[in-house]
Design a protein around this ligand. Structure first.
Ligand SMILES: [Zn+2]
Length: 479
């Protein structure tokens, strides 16, 4: 059984993930992606773009700023509601998140409860400071956004680092709607950074202060729900954990309409989310948890949190939120600015379905669920779409024209669009092991026979099976 600590050791050792500003004493909640981790993360992000931005030809990617003026967050409700409930020890003054304290002790979810209710629960269960066992003071709310002073001298104004990418598309909606010939549905996606001043950052990249989101905001007319090609997903399986169910139900998208009580438009997008997880090898680890009304933001009409079972932690981790946010966002911004954002010819604004992915958590889930170890070796059995490289190219020895031939083959594979790296150091067994350790899908070895008959040895990471292949057939075999 691999522990989370071991997984993190592996990530540190192989330049996948490590703490930011390490030589200066890293601050909790800030992590960097190394030379290997960046490749995996970028591939995940690109797969996300390829998949979701091709769902409809009116779904687009935009890029908006990380610093936004205070007014935006007044309108969005963040300034009034985006707090963490903090329990401070009366004696040693250690601060902890009240809902996490309860979760750790009682093993249930307590997110979204107000301070009064949390105070009651803490008293009811006699929770005390984990460090010195003293009583807590009354819970206080702590704003989670990082403030930023914009400008200098007399002309400064207050801004915040965005706590989610979503406010960018809401602010850009009117302009994009016009530019895209006022068609609905309109999807605006962002892959970008967001920031939260977490009081208690959790292990590694699970709860960070700076993190990456991939979010798609889909604007649509609620009274004329958009038609979707539902038959394309009707038979695809989805894994759901609806309210009141004792365990996860695996049903077809068609059956999911009855299970969830949602219409084709919503179930179609939920099925796409799970199909995306299927594409990158995470489907069998996923479940969609129907969040009960008491835990949802008041504007979310439907909320299905997608969670992945993390073997090293022996628990479920939320990686994606499926949120039907109704008219809350556009209405709030419209009210604050006086700008009309109506559906053409109608008295209401478009509604929003949000697909919100935590990129760092998805990457961590990919690593955790694909980590393998036996008595000979350890490796990441990553799906080829999210492996850091497709192929490693290795000359058997560093002489007799083998390196030269290997470089030619590397170039040939690169031109075929494969991601290739070259390694000529150490024994061939050691090079295979190094590549396995970072999840490279294939290895290609160039030996003396290559010079004679134009064949190479192809080795597959997961089975270590080897096969002799003609160089001319290599691109099609690997693809
Ligand atoms: Zn204490």
């Amino acid at each position: 059984m691999t522990t989370f600590e071991h997984l993190m050791e592996v990530c540190l050792k192989r330049a996948i993930i490590y703490p930011d500003s390490e030589p200066h004493g890293a601050i909790a909640g800030f992590y960097d992606y190394g030379s290997v981790g960046s490749e995996i993360k970028r591939r995940f992000e690109n797969e996300w773009r390829n998949y979701f931005l091709n769902v409809n030809d009116n779904y687009h990617e935009i890029e908006t700023c990380s610093i936004m003026p205070e007014k935006v967050f007044k309108a969005s409700g963040h300034l009034d509601h985006f707090f963490d409930p903090i329990a401070e020890c009366g004696k040693c003054h250690t601060k902890s998140r009240a809902d996490h304290l309860l979760e750790d002790v009682l093993g249930e979810k307590f997110e979204g409860l107000d301070a009064d209710r949390l105070n009651e629960l803490i008293k009811e269960h006699n929770l005390v400071c984990p460090k010195c066992k003293s009583q807590f003071k009354d819970i206080e709310n702590f704003i989670m956004m990082f403030p930023v002073t914009i400008g200098a001298g007399d002309s400064t104004s207050l801004g915040y680092l965005r706590p989610e990418t979503a406010q960018g598309p809401y602010s850009a909606f009117k302009r994009e709607f016009r530019a895209n010939r006022q068609r609905l549905p309109l999807g605006l996606g962002i892959v970008g950074r967001a920031y939260r001043n977490e009081i208690s950052p959790r292990q590694a990249t699970i709860r960070q202060r700076e993190f990456t989101q991939a979010e798609l905001q889909i604007f649509f007319d609620p009274e004329e729900e958009p038609e979707v090609p539902f038959d394309k997903v009707a038979d695809k399986l989805v894994r759901l954990w609806p309210q009141g169910a004792k365990k996860v139900k695996e049903v077809t998208a068609k059956e999911a309409m009855k299970v969830t009580g949602m219409s084709e438009f919503f179930v179609y997008h939920l099925a796409l989310v799970q199909d995306f997880f299927r594409r990158i090898g995470l489907y069998e680890h996923v479940r969609a948890y129907e969040v009960p009304e008491a835990e949802r933001a008041f504007y979310n009409k439907y909320q299905w949190d997608h969670e992945i079972f993390m073997p090293s932690m022996d628990k479920w981790l939320e990686v994606m939120g499926f949120h039907y946010r109704t008219d809350y966002d556009l209405k709030s911004h419209s009210k604050a600015t006086g700008e009309k954002m109506n559906v053409p010819g109608k008295g209401y604004v478009p509604h929003v379905l949000e697909l919100s992915f935590g990129v760092d958590r998805c990457v961590l889930a990919l690593l955790d669920t694909s980590y393998k170890k036996d008595d000979k070796r350890e490796w990441f059995a990553l799906n080829p779409l999210v492996a850091p490289w497709d192929v490693g190219v290795y000359p058997l020895v560093n002489k007799d024209k083998l390196p030269q031939r290997a470089r030619e083959i590397q170039q040939l594979l690169k031109l075929e669009g494969l991601k290739v790296f070259y390694d000529s150091g150490g024994s061939i067994g050691r090079r295979y092991a190094r590549a396995d350790e970072i999840g490279v899908t294939y290895g290609v070895t160039i030996d003396f026979d290559t010079l004679e008959d134009d064949t190479v040895t192809v080795r597959f990471r997961d089975s270590t099976e080897q096969k002799r292949v003609k160089i001319s057939d290599l691109p099609s075999v690997l693809k």
